[in-house]
Design a protein around this ligand. Structure first.
Ligand code: DUC
Ligand code: ZN
Ligand code: ZN
Length: 491
């Protein structure tokens, strides 16, 4: 006996069609008109859309970063993602300093043990020693076909141009894709101390330390290297006109370059969010920074006209009021140690969060909560406003992520033979985004109070219902690692 989704409108990257969808086991086995119920469980989807479930290709769950750890892990983050209509994500493994790529992979495999949704890994290369260079091709056999390099975060993750170029040459030989965090970290490292010395320590100065020009410059540098090496390039979290222009120029020249933006960059601005008083601006500190309404217009246009191919989140959440109150002394007593382990030992302890940067914007942990809200916010801001068709929404959030990262058509499609990752979407239902109701493991919501129309009502992962309204049916350990294929298309 299977599950038969009847009377819904199937939305794919290319079409919107009234059709029934039959799922048997974990796979979609039939799509057609008036499929007989037989002995199947029938899900009546009248008035609903059936979408391939969201894929978030840019997350940082349980990441040691900024003097603490990101809050959501492969348990809480998966639940939040599922409630928001996302059942596959790709997290960034970080090569440990002095360690190998496989060392990093082993750490992330351990973190992923409680998985409730499907997941894959990118590999962030932080130290390209000769032995690590030799190790890169073996990642393909592990199902890890994308390498990430940071052009920012000097003395932490940042690599130099020679490393980026060399990595691209190796990646191109093995059908891998190179991803870059494109900001000129050397310029940022020069601007930041000058701002702090001038007493400009509030969260809003984080944006001044990372102006759009350094994003555009670094994007162009990576684009040029892609053109020279022929290596497929994917620029993560693009925020501004200068970066979009650099990517567009590379695409016009025929270089194999692609890019994403993240949901937050469509909605948040320096003036309205980062500049909020009493340290509230810290809630919105991420890198690259949120920008201006002008840049938001550029981003909407770029996702519409195909210059950008994907919308993701860069989900990496921290407490706004973290190590405060009775647990502060406890946290301080353990400062310099492994926060993560301490938290597991003492459930009353809350790891440090954004407050680490009070009086110094450069110490605010960079990152935002978004994994749950992406689909709803982009539908609302994009489809309801007429900027995006429902098909383009599916392409940006579900299908292109699967294609670019070697998971298609297993993921990202409503098609016979694909995984039955089905999102039953009610385009008329409203919901208010809020920390009071969200499932992300943090104490604030980026879009607090925003009423969205168009929400997930049921979510299926490989044929199993994991979300039914406000009920969670996912189970720890049911999430599977998705081994990705090399030589994915450049879109
Ligand atoms: N930017 C963030 O804001 N957080 C995580 C990593 C990154 O590049
Ligand atoms: Zn980044
Ligand atoms: Zn990131």
């Amino acid at each position: 006996m299977g599950v038969l989704f009847k009377n819904g409108t199937v939305v794919t990257a290319s079409d919107m069609t009234q059709a029934d969808v039959l799922v048997e086991g974990e796979i979609i086995t039939l799509i057609g008109q008036n499929i007989a119920p037989g002995g199947h469980e029938v899900v009546d989807c009248t008035g609903k859309y059936l979408l391939p479930v969201g894929i978030d290709v840019h997350t940082h769950l349980d990441l040691a970063f900024g003097g603490t750890y990101s809050n959501d892990d492969f348990n809480t983050g998966h639940r939040a993602a599922g409630f928001g209509g996302t059942t596959t994500h790709i997290d960034f493994v970080i090569q440990p300093k002095g360690g190998s790529l496989h060392d990093g992979l082993n750490v992330w495999r351990e973190k992923a043990k409680p998985a409730q949704i499907d997941y894959a890994f990118h590999m962030a290369v932080t130290d390209l020693r000769p032995d690590v260079m030799d190790e890169i091709p073996s990642m393909v056999a592990e199902g890890v076909t994308s390498l990430k390099l940071f052009m920012a975060y000097k003395n932490v993750f940042q690599i130099d141009d020679a490393t980026l170029f060399k990595t691209m040459q190796i990646a191109a030989q093995h059908g891998m894709i190179v991803m870059v965090h494109a900001e000129n970290g050397d310029v940022e490292a020069s601007l930041t101390p000058a701002l702090l010395a001038a007493g400009k320590t509030d969260p809003k100065y984080h944006a001044a330390s990372r102006p759009p020009e350094i994003e555009g410059e670094a994007t162009n540098r990576a684009v040029v290297m892609s053109g020279l090496t022929g290596c497929a390039l994917y620029v993560v979290h693009m925020t501004c006109e200068s970066a979009v222009d650099a990517l567009r120029r590379g695409r016009t020249l025929g270089y194999p370059v692609m890019g994403e933006t993240c949901v937050q960059y469509f909605f948040l601005t320096v003036d309205d969010h980062l500049a909020q008083p009493d340290f509230h601006g810290a809630k919105f500190v991420c890198s690259p920074p949120i920008r201006s309404t002008h840049d938001q217009g550029i981003l909407w246009q770029a996702v519409k006209d195909g210059t950008l191919q994907v919308v993701s989140t860069d989900h990496c959440d921290f407490w706004f009021e973290g190590g405060v109150g009775p647990v502060k002394e406890w946290a301080e007593a353990h400062n310099g140690g492994d926060w993560h382990t301490f938290e597991a030992q003492d459930p009353t302890y809350r790891r440090p969060g954004k407050e680490l940067g009070k009086g110094n914007f450069a110490k605010i942990p960079n990152g935002l909560p978004a994994i749950e809200d992406r689909m709803m916010a982009v539908w609302h801001g994009g489809v309801n406003s007429g900027k995006l068709s429902p098909q383009r929404f599916v392409e940006l959030n579900c299908t292109n992520p699967a294609k670019i990262f070697g998971m298609y058509p297993k993921k990202g499609a409503i098609a016979v033979g694909s995984d039955a990752d089905i999102l039953v979407w009610d385009p008329n239902k409203t919901h208010t985004l809020s920390a009071k109701t969200h499932h992300m493991h943090t104490d604030y919501n980026l879009f607090e109070g925003m009423e969205v129309k168009g929400v997930p009502v049921q979510v299926y992962l490989r044929g199993s219902k994991i979300v039914d309204g406000d009920q969670w049916h996912g189970k720890n350990g049911n999430g599977q690692f998705v081994a990705r294929k090399p030589n994915a298309p450049v879109l």
